[in-house]
Design a protein around this ligand. Sequence first.
Ligand SMILES: Cc1cc2nc3c(=O)[nH]c(=O)nc-3n(C[C@H](O)[C@H](O)[C@H](O)COP(=O)(O)OP(=O)(O)OC[C@H]3O[C@@H](n4cnc5c(N)ncnc54)[C@H](O)[C@@H]3O)c2cc1C
Length: 382
Amino acid sequence: MRSIEKPRAVVIGGSLGGLLTASTMRAAGWDVDVFETSPNQLESRGGGVVLQPDVLDALDYAGVTLPNPPGVASGDRIYLDRNDRVVEQLYMPQMQTSWSLLHRAMKNALPAQHLHTGETFADFHMDGERIVAQFESGRSEKADLLIGADGIRSTLRRRLLPEILPVYAGYVAWRGLVDEPDLPRVAADMLRDRFAFQHGDGYSGLCYLIPGDNDSTVFGQRRWNWVWYRQYSAERLDELLVDRNGVKRAFSLPPGTAKRADIAHLREDAPKWLGPTFRALVEATDDPFMQPIVDLRAPKMVFGRAVLLGDAASVPRPHTAGSTAKAAANAHALAQALASTWQSGATIDSALKRWENQQLQRGKLMTDLGISLGDRVMNLAR
Ligand SMILES: Cc1cc2nc3c(=O)[nH]c(=O)nc-3n(C[C@H](O)[C@H](O)[C@H](O)COP(=O)(O)OP(=O)(O)OC[C@H]3O[C@@H](n4cnc5c(N)ncnc54)[C@H](O)[C@@H]3O)c2cc1C
C-alpha cells in the first residue's frame, strides 16, 4: 500500500449495506466511494425495519445521527386468531424504523461526491497489489479493497462464486404500507403500540407501525407496515413476477408493479385466510409489493482484495428481522479490523482473514435461524 495516502475502498451497492460500509470505513480512516446501479435516489421503496442494536452500534461508530426518536416503539407482541381473538400476548419492547429513514440518515452523512449513482459494476482485475473495478459505463476505479454490498443477486459474487445462487424457499412476502389515518379505527385500535402476528396453516401475517414518509413519528403521521407470507409453487411465482407492463422481473415486485389482477386476487383471498384486522390492512393498501423468500449462503467472504458482505454474502429469512443488522455487523467489524491494521501496520490480508472467520459464523447462525423459524411458521417440512 502507498504509505502517504489513505487506503481506498470501492463499495458496490448504495443500499443499507453499502452505506453502512461507507460510513464505518470512513470513520476508520479510509477513503471510500460508493457505486450504485440505480440512477435515482432509491428512497421510495422502503418498508419497515426492526431497529436492532447492531445497527445502532455501527451508526454510533460512524458518527451518523438518527432523528429522535429513530422509529416507533412497540410494547406487547400479540398473536391473533382468525376471529381476531388475542390468543397470546407477551411484553417484548422494541423499536421499528423504516428503510428510508436509515438510508436518508446515512446518505446525508456521506459527502455527495463519494456516492456515484447510475454506475453498474461489471467486473474487476488486479493491478499489482491494487484491485481495479470496471463499470458498464467504461469507467474504472483503482482501490486497495473492492467491497460487494450489491445484494442477493450480487454481480461480484457471481463473478467469484458463480455456483452460489439464491434458492426459492417456497413462499413469498406480500407487503404493504398504509398511512396511519387510512386504517379503520377498530383495526388501528387493535394494532397500535403493538407488534401483531396472525399465524395459520401454511401462512403468516405481521404488522407494526413505522415512521411516515417524511420520517415523522408523530401520532397520525406514521404508517402501518404489514407482511403476509404465502406459499406459491415455483411456476405460480414465475407468473406473479411478470409485472403490470408484461416485463418479467428477475427478483421482486416493488410498489406499483404487481399486476392489477394479482392484487385483486390477493384482496379476494384475504377473507379466506386472515382475520378482520389483517384483512383491513390488505384492503387499505393501494399498491402491495412482493418479495420471494430465498436462501443463500456464500462459503467465503474474502477473495484476496475483494470482499462480499450484507445480502451479497448471505441472506437470512426475514423472520429473523436480521438482514440489516447482519449487514451492519459485517460493516462495523470490517471497519474495526481495518482501522487497527491501519494503525498497527499489520497486513490487510490477515485482518481480512480474521474478519471473514467471524462473519461467516454470524451468517451461518442467522441463516440457520431464519430457515428454522420460516419452515416452522409456514408448516414446511424439510
Ligand atoms: C430499494 C430497496 C428497498 C428495501 N426496503 C427494505 C425494507 O423496507 N425492509 C427491509 O427489511 N429490507 C429492505 N431492503 C433490503 C435490505 O436493504 C437488505 O436486505 C439489507 O439491508 C442488506 O442490504 P444490502 O445492502 O446488503 O443489500 P440490498 O439492500 O439488496 O442492496 C444492494 C444494492 O446493490 C445495488 N446493486 C446491485 N447490483 C449492482 C451492480 N452491479 N452495480 C452497482 N450496484 C448494484 C442494488 O441496486 C442495491 O441498491 C430494501 C432493499 C432495497 C434495494
